[in-house]
Design a protein around this ligand. Structure first.
Ligand code: HEM
Length: 512
């Protein structure tokens, strides 16, 4: 710890504080966590800013864990990591080590290797145009059905309101589950152990709860300080997690085997789901563990981030309705889809309207989605591991501790973004004055990096962009949201990946 402290101090790299033996600066982090409320940013972001103030140094040291981590908040340095130094850039091993039981060797946490690259190449075929279209058709049908159900339950009523966050997440969980396993398993229940009791939940909900508990295990102070604990399940809730994960994988294996048998039958119809795809690929078809790892990885990578993006976009459009963003988006729908009313469209009508190309003519919708991704990026920071020591724009960085890319700082950098705390979709419009930095220059491209970059760039980026646009088109063309609580207009309770989700309660009216 002290070697790292002095090694970096000599290069002018500041540390959060002088670390204490064994506990480093963990005590400062815990102290900072006690001040968090519903409007706070992610705990470690608040803790960094508490120490350094509103503007973080472009590179600094944090000793929440004994070996310390280097935090990088400068677009030029991150660009260097994505491009010139990308061959030394890898996923940090700790997440895989802690999450091994849950996610195994899924490409999501696996270190870069020939096998990882091979798997990534094969899995990316799921997002080829025709296959992607099949998945998007399924999502279109499910989203429309959900909107119809919301209309029946909530529309034009003041005695009942809809929690945007919960409803979107439930919908996304069902959709992802269907994309992975097919429609026939949507209502299949898994028996989950919670606080000593057994509860019946959907596959999507099981993945969500397992992922959330696994994150809690990963980011707790015990594992920040004592790495050897990664291999043990210590508390009652950790032991429950282990039981749930073991049972869940047996349960999923049953689904995979059923599908394998079904595919042998002449009447089998391929609906384009992920399990069926993996069972047709030579690399995967005879390896159950590999199939399970990727199915769980797909669900974890896809559900939370996309659901946060959709519900946060609806939130901002409702919060800032007076600024006319929603009107502009609806104007684009009317122009591109060539109709004024969307209430009675069938799933087939929507499938005819929604296609890859026509969203190019809806720049305002894309700008709003990007602005949500900037201001509320689902990944707030990302820990990488260097495979060799590197020179990062003059700083000599060692490879025996994590390097954390501070996405939050890049997205709020006031040298790159005008009024960074404001929701201004026009900053993605090349014609707008907000497209430029406060100094009137072109913005550094790495100032916006919600999907990461380099060889570990999000594999589902295009998929995520499409499902978000498709579903926002179906929802926003038909429904209008009005918050039940004035406070929600004043200030947005933060909605982070991995934390408990706030209630975004709204009345629904039909849009005409
Ligand atoms: C708004 C939505 C999304 C955002 C912001 C996002 C962001 C990211 C980021 C930052 C990474 C790199 C870090 C990491 O591995 O965690 C990543 C990786 C990944 N994402 Fe996404 N993602 C989104 C949606 C999706 C979707 C819908 C899928 C679909 C399956 C997906 C699949 C993946 C996979 C497989 C990886 C691992 C790639 C690798 O390391 O080889 N993501 N995503």
């Amino acid at each position: 710890m002290y070697y790292h402290y002095w090694y970096y101090k000599r290069q002018g790299v500041q540390s959060i504080a002088f670390p204490r033996p064994v506990i480093g600066t963990q005590f400062l982090f815990m102290k900072s966590c006690m001040k968090l409320d519903q409007y706070s940013r992610f705990p470690h972001i608040e803790y960094w800013h508490e120490h350094f103030g509103p503007k973080l140094p472009k590179i600094f040291l944090d000793f929440r864990s004994p070996c310390g981590a280097i935090i990088v908040s400068c677009p030029k340095m991150v660009n260097e990591l994505y491009v010139t130094k990308n061959k030394y850039f890898d996923r940090h091993y700790r997440e895989k080590q802690v999450g091994e039981l849950v996610i195994g060797d899924s490409i999501l946490f696996q270190k870069s290797s020939i096998q990882w690259a091979e798997k990534r190449k094969h899995i990316s075929t799921v997002f080829y145009k025709e296959r992607l279209q099949m998945i998007l058709n399924t999502i279109t049908e499910m989203c429309l059905k959900q909107v119809q159900s919301w209309k029946q339950t909530f529309a034009n009523r003041r005695d009942i309101s809809m929690d945007i966050n919960k409803e979107i997440l439930d919908m996304l969980m069902d959709e992802t589950q269907v994309c992975v396993f097919g429609m026939e398993y949507l209502y299949k229940k898994f028996t989950y152990l919670e606080n000593g009791s057994l509860v019946e939940i959907s596959v999507g909900e099981a993945v969500r709860r397992i992922f959330r508990t696994a994150l809690r295990r990963l980011y707790g102070p015990i594992r920040e300080l004592f790495e050897f604990c990664d291999h043990f399940y210590l508390t009652d809730w950790e032991k429950e997690l282990k039981t749930n994960v073991t049972n869940f994988r047996v349960f999923l294996l049953g689904i995979v085997n059923e599908r394998r048998e079904a595919m042998l039958k002449p009447e089998f119809v391929n609906n384009g789901d992920f399990v069926t795809l993996l069972l047709t690929l030579d690399l995967f078809k005879n390896d159950d563990k590999m199939i399970l790892d990727e199915c769980v990885g797909f669900m974890i990578a896809s559900t939370n981030a996309t659901s946060l993006l959709i519900s946060n976009t609806i939130y901002y459009l409702t919060q800032f309705k007076a600024q006319g963003h929603l009107n502009q988006i609806r104007g684009e729908f009317k122009k591109v889809f060539k109709r004024d009313n969307f209430q009675d469209l069938t799933a087939d009508d929507w499938k005819g309207l929604l296609n890859f190309d026509n969203f190019a003519d809806m720049p305002y919708l894309s700008n709003c989605i990007n602005e949500t991704l900037r201001i509320d990026s689902p990944p707030i920071s990302f820990g990488i591991e260097l495979t060799e020591p590197i020179d990062l724009l003059g700083y000599k960085i060692l490879n025996d501790h994590p390097v954390i890319i501070n996405i939050n700082a890049l997205h709020y950098n006031d040298e790159e973004w005008q009024e960074p705390n404001e929701y201004i979709p026009q900053r993605f419009d090349p014609q707008s004055k907000y497209f430029l930095t406060p100094a009137g220059k072109k913005r550094h491209p790495i100032s916006f990096t919600p999907f990461l970059g380099g060889k570990r760039v999000c594999l589902g980026k295009t998929f995520a962009e499409h499902i978000t646009r498709y579903q926002l088109a179906i929802i926003l063309s038909q429904l209008d949201f009005e918050f039940t609580d004035q406070h929600l207009y004043d200030k947005k309770p933060k909605n982070h990946a991995g934390s408990g989700q706030p209630v975004y309660s709204a009345y629904i009216t039909l849009q005409n």
